[in-house]
Design a protein around this ligand. Sequence first.
Ligand code: HEM
Length: 113
Amino acid sequence: MPPRRRAGTLRRGVGVARSRCRGRGIAFGRPRGTSYAINLRLYFAGLSEAQWLEHARRMEPRPPMPWWNLRAMSDEELSAIYRYVRAAGPAGRPMPAALPPGQAPAPPFVQFP
Ligand code: HEM
């Protein structure tokens, strides 16, 4: 790949890293309540890599978070996720607290299942 194109690809990659993982505020509404995917850029800012490796193997957050997939990852894979998100730096806002059944979330939300 010529050097100019590679530089463009790298710049786009950084843009993607900066624009994601901020927490979009999209609620996952379900009969058992509503959960919000966490803002990983804020979350990782307060966590060491060692704490992340420990926590990723123990946590069982609410659905639809597929925590069992993280648990099946190697230390190298979990570290790669951590370093990627940390490199983007903290950004965005904290997500709202989960809601109990019967409380309607503010739009936008995704109805699960
Ligand atoms: C590599 C991918 C992912 C990573 C590293 C990740 C990481 C995390 C972490 C660290 C938490 C906080 C858990 C805690 O401390 O108790 C969380 C929560 C959450 N995640 Fe993910 N997640 C990923 C993918 C997903 C996907 C694909 C979804 C949905 C389709 C999702 C939905 C959620 C939701 C709804 C919560 C909040 C759960 C609660 O309120 O208890 N996550 N995630």
